[in-house]
Design a protein around this ligand. Structure first.
Ligand code: XMP
Length: 513
């Protein structure tokens, strides 16, 4: 879909852990940024007409075999370049200087002395920065001078103000670098001299106009899951094309308590669209009956989704456009390669094969998750929806260990609703990134009244994380856990024991299956 041309800063990705964060920080300053692999060709780079380049950090040493490099032609483009950590070392070596391995790794908050240059304009000469490196610049390329020093690193930043090339050994994008955001702002506005032409209200307006132009009188179909991305996508498309949009919500019988009703309440009467709720629970639960293997559950659910959509598509007839709530982190090509598949994640990737359509629309494709949330608010979606925690496509199926029955689904829905309610009441919902109940397949002995019971154990899971790749278990206050536990064993039948999962990821995963 055509996007209005904005001044673009390209972030060349060399595989560091903060690389997406750099692009987000740039956008926070009102400048459009895109992340592309560090070794992208000069043609690809030029095609994006960047007005500035940022070279990211990365795990390698620049001299290591196979260490990623960028094309040297970027230094001939006449545009400013900022190298961060590995990016600074790479720039140093590629322009004729050298790097050496230091005696000790410099890691964590570090005192830095800055010298005068445009990058550090208006910032105190003594400040604190976040460091994480072993190698450091040794000999500077011609035209450069040292722009910062630390106790162990005499060249902690470099500048060639004539060519507008800068490098910092520390990470301005992380919050521990006290004045990092101002350094990035200086790069964008004082070095690159940008206008700051990227904002959310403008994005909404431009995207709506572009969607209207593209869709014309055509029909658009969106699979609405009730998650943040598909909901925001639905709201945006509704604004753009109204009733030309058909949203299909499949109730697979494995959603959280009252979830289908909440999704209905969010859209019905508030957004103009053709909204269809299909109760598919019988199909899903029948197909899952007796299945215990986690991967098979996932496969079956994936297949059932496709079948359910085939049925829906027959009713809807031909549509010109299939919309998907794909967001930027889903499409960004990492400079660090691909990770191993631990679980076969469910998504709606199979839909294009069963729906008769001409083209895919992905209006959120350029946005980061926090931008999608801001957009949701801008479009009038409620706060609790845009901050909704992630929920896996296979739903409660991967939170019921062993075989799935309607009875077990009801037990889990009730226990989960209580746990979430108690977390919300304690005001912890923004501090904990994902929290839910799991129905273990274990029964144990208990006593209720004077009676012996032999009932299920519910496990509670709550995690804190930035990227959902590594997580810590949430240190929930004991009294909150106590209230949740007491309510679950009292209010949910067939449960007589509650345990709290205190495992990090890795080695555990967030979901139990
Ligand atoms: P794990 O369990 O792998 O989960 O640590 C990481 C994150 O992914 C979510 N998850 C899924 N999301 N389809 C999804 O859309 C899936 O099949 C799926 N499985 C796990 C999980 O809830 C957590 O946020």
């Amino acid at each position: 879909m055509a996007r209005a041309k904005h001044q673009t800063v390209l972030v060349l990705d060399f595989g560091g852990q903060y690389n997406q964060l750099i692009a987000r920080r740039v956008r926070d300053e009102g400048v459009y940024a895109e992340l592309i692999p560090g070794d992208s060709s000069i043609e690809r780079i030029r095609a994006k007409e960047p007005v500035g380049l940022i070279l990211t950090g990365g795990p390698n040493s620049v001299y290591a075999d196979g260490a990623p490099r960028c094309t040297p032609e970027i230094f001939e483009m006449g545009i400013p370049v900022l190298g961060i950590c590995y990016g600074m070392q790479l720039m140093t070596v590629m322009l004729g200087g050298s790097v050496r391995s230091a005696q000790t790794k410099e890691y964590g908050k570090t005192d830095v002395e800055l010298r005068d240059c445009a990058l550090f304009d208006g910032i105190d000469r003594s400040t604190v920065c976040w460091m994480s490196h072993t190698d450091q610049a040794d000999k500077l390329p011609e035209g450069f001078s040292a722009a910062a020093t630390t106790a162990t690193c005499p060249i902690a930043a470099i500048a060639d103000e004539g060519r507008r090339f800068y490098g910092v050994q520390f990470h301005p994008e992380v919050q521990h670098t006290a004045r990092g955001q101002e350094m990035l702002r200086n790069f964008l506005y004082k070095v690159c001299k940008l206008d700051g032409d990227w904002s959310m209200p403008q994005f909404v307006q431009e995207t709506i106009e572009a969607l209207r132009e593209k869709v014309g009188k055509g029909r658009v179909l969106l699979a609405l899951s009730g998650g943040v991305d598909s909901s925001v996508c639905a709201a945006l498309l509704s604004r753009a094309v109204g009733r030309q949009l058909t949203c299909v919500f499949l109730d697979i019988g494995l959603m959280r308590k009252n979830e289908p009703e909440q999704v209905r309440a969010m859209f019905e009467g508030k957004f103009d669209m053709d909204l269809r709720f299909l109760d598919e629970s019988e199909h899903f639960l029948t197909a899952l009956a007796g299945v215990t293997d986690p991967e098979r559950k996932r496969k079956i659910i994936g297949e059932q989704f496709i079948r359910a959509f085939e049925r829906a598509a027959k009713e809807i007839g031909k549509v010109e456009f299939l919309a998907q709530g794909t967001i930027y982190p889903d499409v960004v090509e990492s400079g660090a390669g691909q990770a191993a598949t631990i679980k076969s994640h469910h998504n709606v990737g199979g839909l294009p094969d069963v729906i008769d359509f001409q083209e895919i629309l992905e209006p959120l494709r350029s946005l980061f998750k926090d931008e999608v949330r801001r957009l949701g608010l801008e479009l009038g979606l409620p706060e609790n929806m845009v901050w909704r925690q992630p929920f896996p496509g296979p739903g409660l199926a991967v939170r019921i260990i062993g075989d799935i029955t309607r009875e077990k689904v009801e037990i889990l829905k009730d226990a989960d609703a209580i746990f979430r309610e108690e977390i919300d009441k304690a005001g912890l919902n923004r501090d904990i990134n994902q929290y839910f109940a799991v129905l273990t397949n274990m029964r144990s002995v208990g006593v209720m009244g004077d009676e012996r019971t032999y009932d299920f154990t519910v496990a509670l899971r709550a995690v804190c994380t930035v990227d959902f790749m590594t997580v810590d278990w949430a240190r929930i206050p004991y009294d909150v856990l106590a209230r949740a536990s007491a309510r679950i064993v009292n209010e949910v039948r067939s449960v007589n024991r509650v345990v709290y999962d205190i495992t990090t990821k890795p080695p555990a995963t967030i979901e139990w299956e």
